[in-house]
Write a protein that binds this ligand. Structure first.
Ligand SMILES: [Zn+2]
Length: 412
């Protein structure tokens, strides 16, 4: 069966949409078979889903990366008696890319879904093809309700690329929606939460700092500007800021680490002990609580950089410090989604609100004015690891959740 799927996937032109799966586990098996590691194209998967949607009579909207090697897919099941309402409604959102398997020790082939016991193994099983599989499985029923005029709220499916490498795809979807005048009421991002309700997450910003000094023999220290010394002053300053962040009185106990964090992750510099180094480079990341912005931390660091720059350039004008942002994913705030929270609580039967430290596309959706909740099958504990799996009961729970969601979209 998996062989057939691979054959279909490799040539979407000849794909017969009638052969698409009709249940979530088969869909998940099919989706895992597409190697959509972020550095590869996701187009085979996207074209497969597009063919499925078009066979259901839906109009698919693709937005591409610059090189046209990757695409987002956005599709709407229209609502209203005449099935012509596409504005407002609810977005189900998932990323199609997965993290690499390089260097990981897998028991079975990562891109072949394998069932052992009560779990389904494969790259993307929980992060996050499981949710996408459930959403695709529900689609024909949604279309049927739409065609018969029973769907009262449009349902949108948003599948993105390059989430795992900095949430690069979703902003294109959001820009496209804005251009088309579509303003969804809510969004559910199906990242793995064991179907619990995640209402907020931290933001992440990654910075690279390159300190350019001036070489000299270490016996002639006055002729050089020591890049490592200046870098270490900045590293020390970052650590001091990190301590201040942990001691603030506006921290949030719903997060496992209840404060914003700053952490230096790599440092490289110097070539020999007897040479004053002319280059030192380090990276650090900042994970901000939703009520803090990335500028809150950047401003003091930039001021420190300016101060050290002035000192360095007084000694040698060609020296200095470059500070570059490498990645930035906004936090997801929970201050605009009370109605959505009660809807999700009603659907899951669990009103506990969670906040998490990993970032998702949820912050981008909330920043676009779309209240967003994260809720999906599987556990983040299994994400990105060897032998990634999803418990099959989780897929069943997600199917049940989406069924109730669909019911809520048809209720008078
Ligand atoms: Zn994910």
């Amino acid at each position: 069966m998996i062989q057939d799927i691979n054959d279909n996937a490799s040539n979407d032109q000849q794909l017969n949409p009638a052969t698409h799966p009709s249940n979530s586990l088969d869909w998940l098996t099919r989706l895992i078979a597409f190697d959509t590691v972020s550095r590869h194209s996701n187009l085979a998967l996207i074209h497969d889903v597009r063919a499925y949607c078009e066979q259901l009579g839906l109009t698919v909207d693709l937005t591409f990366n610059e090189a046209k090697t990757k695409a987002n897919l956005f599709v709407t099941v229209p609502a209203g008696e005449n099935a012509d309402q596409i504005n407002n409604g609810l977005v189900l959102s998932g990323h199609t890319d997965v993290v690499p398997v390089d260097g990981q020790d897998w028991t079975s082939e990562p891109f072949t879904a394998t069932i052992r016991g009560d779990k389904l193994y494969g790259r993307g099983a929980c992060d996050m093809k499981g949710f996408i599989a459930c959403a695709l499985t529900m689609l024909p029923q949604a279309v049927q309700l739409s065609n018969s005029g029973q769907l009262r709220r449009p349902l949108h499916l948003a599948l993105s690329f390059d989430e795992e490498v900095g949430c690069l795809g979703a902003p294109l979807i959001l820009a496209d929606l804005k251009a088309r005048g579509i303003t969804p009421d809510y969004c559910i991002v199906g990242e793995p939460t064991n179907m619990a309700m995640v209402v907020a997450h931290k933001g992440i910003a990654v910075y690279r700092c390159r300190v350019h000094g001036k070489s000299a023999h270490s016996s002639l220290i006055g002729q050089g500007v020591n890049a490592i010394s200046y870098a270490s002053r900045l590293v020390g300053y970052v650590d001091t800021l990190a301590e201040e962040l942990s001691a603030r009185d506006d921290n949030d106990a719903l997060f496992t680490v209840p404060y914003s964090t700053l952490s230096v992750g790599t440092i490289h510099g110097g070539t020999a002990t007897n040479i004053v180094p002319n280059l030192c480079e380090f990276t650090f990341d900042y994970r901000n609580l939703p009520h803090m912005t990335q500028d809150d931390i950047l401003a003091p660091i930039q001021a420190k950089v300016a101060e050290l720059n002035a000192q360095m350039q007084a000694r040698a004008p060609e020296t200095g410090i470059e500070l570059m942002q490498e990645e930035s994913v906004p936090a997801m705030t929970d201050n605009n989604s009370a109605e959505l929270q009660s809807l999700i609580a009603a659907l899951t039967g669990d009103d506990e609100r969670h906040k998490v430290a990993y970032a998702t596309e949820g912050g981008q959706f909330t920043n676009a004015g779309i209240p967003t909740i994260i809720c999906g099958p599987g556990s983040i504990e299994q994400a990105h690891k060897a032998d990634e799996y999803v418990e099959m009961i989780e897929i069943e729970r997600c199917d049940g959740f989406l069924q109730k969601l669909l019911d809520s979209c048809t209720a008078k």
